[in-house]
Write a protein that binds this ligand. Structure first.
Ligand code: WTA
Length: 644
């Protein structure tokens, strides 16, 4: 099967995994004693024996306007439906219901700007700001089912905009603030958003990012957008187009922005958001999640895995513009009534002590981040974290790509002081929430996401669908539906079926697109993607999008990109381009600037090589395996299917 696998296990990585398989870390007794889930096995079995009853019990912990008639409807599989017939709105559970309790005075959000500014919002204050924002959106003509694109940095208004959109029954599509013109334009166009919410600029590593300029160009290219709502963050000069663009603070001062706003009653299966992510081919897919199942799934999984308590100060250091932020900065923590911390800027700005200083300053108890950030901070040495009191921490987390055992051990020893278990959570934009993850009670092995959560039936299978033997690589599949699963690809149901269900869908299995193996203890080790997705610093990018940014330059006739191993980022992008005849050859730097402008800094290749041909199969498919071998200076293997 390894021929099909993109991220083939290197010999070093294989040796590392085999060694780490025998390295077990047991959770401290006080962590186990305090944990919400004390018995994994019985909960897991309860779900296997009665999946619907299991999820119904979890759903009952939330409030619903009207109950469901059926927990799971499989009659239109793979278009599964959850909590059919129920009436709800996720914002009711994330905000409204807390306002009836003592939690109205509890902090929902603590925020620190990169420039040291800080803001706090209680549940009451967040509820008020969301209502005012929701009324502004309504005044711009946004109605139930309309799409609102949100494009800005990590500031509280991003969260407020998401909740306000959901509150009035509209659908948000958040585009990561690190993306640029073409990426934003494509996403606006696909969602046909009539309102874009953005900011004048954002702060990143002491510099401002021209968000409004990028937004203007994207709006021009995509059509559709009728109004642009602009948050003032940096105060930099921007162009405001009369009657199209409005400052948020101007509208909030008007009587239309009342602090009362009813929450729209939604069907459980009504869309909540679209989040674009990269897949095998072509343009990014709009993964669609709905109100009912998603709220049950994100709150349950967050409660189990990070064991959220009222006294926690929880920090998920992701960006709200990605699924990790949607589920575990915004919706999950708010539904649980937790206090979250959010930081605007870069982890080492102005110095590599920034994160550790904030953990001490705010008394953070749970830190959830990505391997790339850990490796990046590890590079500066342990004297930086050692100068701070990190004793408030009780749990750590990792997400986005496999964590290499070396980074795991550093995180565990230097940050967690060998008393904070690390929750290595495997999941995807499509899954809505954690799928394979330890609980605080689980014995850990560095680099393994351990076992599927209760309610999730995961397996590693071969080409024919047979379960693989221990330590044999195979396809990671999910064999039963779960409430947080994506419902479709927005506007393209065929693509949903094709992408996730064409291989094993006849058996009712979801294909994750990752390869994995299971060890003799049943622990799962995720290896990596088997499709054209590259994980760069934890960000999910598609080769097709980067290639199309490259060929949009007049001097590039054809392009192919691959991921090559990178010590800090996990993977770095390596591009091969065929120059267009008769057009002067640009420098590598010019081409990089072009990708930065179209797609954003995260998509810029580390290397661009000019070549005269690209290796292709007879059917015209680029042989990335050959390119990868070439980039790594390895033998190129069997080239017999190469184009003549
Ligand atoms: C990878 C991020 C190993 C995997 C939440 C998956 C991981 C893709 C882990 C989804 C992990 C995520 N261990 N690999 N703990 N978490 N991945 O949609 O390849 O941005 O398919 O969702 O990230 O990326 P996405």
């Amino acid at each position: 099967m390894s021929d099909h696998l993109h991220d083939e296990l290197t010999k070093e990585r294989e040796a590392e995994i085999l060694a780490a398989e025998r390295e077990v870390y047991y959770p401290p007794a006080e962590v186990v004693a305090a944990a919400h889930v004390k018995d994994y096995q019985s909960l897991y079995e309860q779900a296997v024996n009665d999946l619907e009853g299991f999820w119904a019990e979890r759903a009952q912990e939330l409030e619903w306007y009207a109950p469901w008639e059926k927990v799971l409807d499989e009659s239109k599989a793979p278009f599964y439906q959850w909590f059919v017939g129920a009436k709800t709105n996720i914002v009711h559970n994330a905000l409204d219901r807390h306002l009836k309790t003592w939690r109205r005075n509890k902090l929902a959000l603590i925020w620190e700007g990169e420039n040291g500014e800080h803001r706090t919002l209680s549940y009451f204050a967040l509820g008020r700001e969301v209502n005012k924002f929701a009324n502004v959106l309504k005044s711009m003509g946004v109605r139930k089912g309309d799409r609102v694109t949100i494009y800005m940095g990590r500031i509280p208004e991003l969260i407020i905009a998401m909740l306000a959109t959901a509150k009035i029954g509209a659908i948000h599509s958040v585009v990561y603030g690190g993306f640029s013109t073409e990426a934003l334009a494509d996403r606006i166009e696909d969602a046909r958003s009539k309102v874009l919410v953005t900011a004048d600029g954002g702060w990143l590593r002491g510099k401002t990012v021209n968000l409004k300029d990028i937004a203007d160009e994207a709006v021009r290219r995509s059509g559709y957008v009728e109004h642009v709502l602009v948050v003032k963050r940096t105060g930099q000069p921007v162009n405001m187009q009369t009657s199209r663009d409005f400052w948020l603070h101007d509208l909030l001062a008007l009587p239309i922005a009342s602090q009362k706003c009813d929450t729209e009653v939604m069907d459980a299966e009504d869309p909540l958001f679209i989040l674009y992510t990269s897949g095998t081919t072509g343009r990014p897919k709009g993964v669609l999640h709905t109100h009912g199942g998603y709220q049950v799934y994100v709150s349950t999984t967050l409660k189990w895995v990070f064991d959220i308590k009222d006294e926690d100060r929880y920090w998920c250091a992701a960006d709200p513009g990605w699924i990790t932020g949607h589920s575990y900065i915004v919706y999950g923590p708010l539904i649980l009534g937790a206090t979250s911390f959010m930081y605007e800027g870069g982890p080492d700005y102005p110095f590599p002590n920034r994160w550790w200083q904030m953990i001490e300053k705010y008394g953070i108890t749970v830190l959830y981040t990505a391997p790339t950030a850990i490796r990046g901070l590890m590079r500066y040495g342990e004297s930086w974290p050692n100068r701070y009191d990190l004793s408030s921490l009780r749990l750590l987390g990792s997400v986005g790509e496999p964590i290499n055992p070396e980074a795991w051990r550093w995180y565990y020893r230097v940050i967690g002081k060998e008393r904070c278990p690390i929750m290595d959570t495997w999941w995807q934009t499509e899954t809505g929430g954690f799928m394979i993850s330890p609980l605080p009670i689980t014995p850990l092995k560095p680099g393994s996401a351990t076992r599927p959560l209760p309610g999730i039936v995961a397996d590693v299978v071969d080409e024919e669908g047979n379960s693989c033997k221990p330590n044999e690589d195979g396809y990671l599949v999910i064999k039963r539906p779960w409430p947080g699963m994506l419902r479709t690809v927005y506007g393209d149901p065929d693509r949903y079926v094709q992408q996730y269900w064409s291989k094993f869908g006849h058996k009712g299995w979801y294909l994750a697109g990752d390869s994995a193996r299971r060890d003799e203890d049943g622990y799962i080790w995720v290896i990596g993607r088997i499709d054209d997705v590259i994980k760069v610093a934890g960000y999910r990018l598609g080769t097709a999008e980067i290639e199309s940014a490259l060929v949009s330059h007049p001097a590039v006739a054809e392009a192919a990109v691959i991921g090559v191993p990178d010590e800090i980022k996990g993977h770095a992008i390596h591009a091969f381009c065929i120059p267009r005849a008769g057009v002067p050859l640009p420098t590598e730097e010019e081409l990089k600037q072009h990708v930065r402008k179209e797609m954003g800094p995260i998509a810029v290749p580390a290397r661009i090589e000019f070549v005269s041909v690209l290796p292709k199969t007879r059917s015209g498919k680029i042989m990335r395996r050959v390119l990868r071998a070439r980039a790594l200076g390895q033998p190129e293997g069997d080239l017999s299917t190469l184009e003549a």
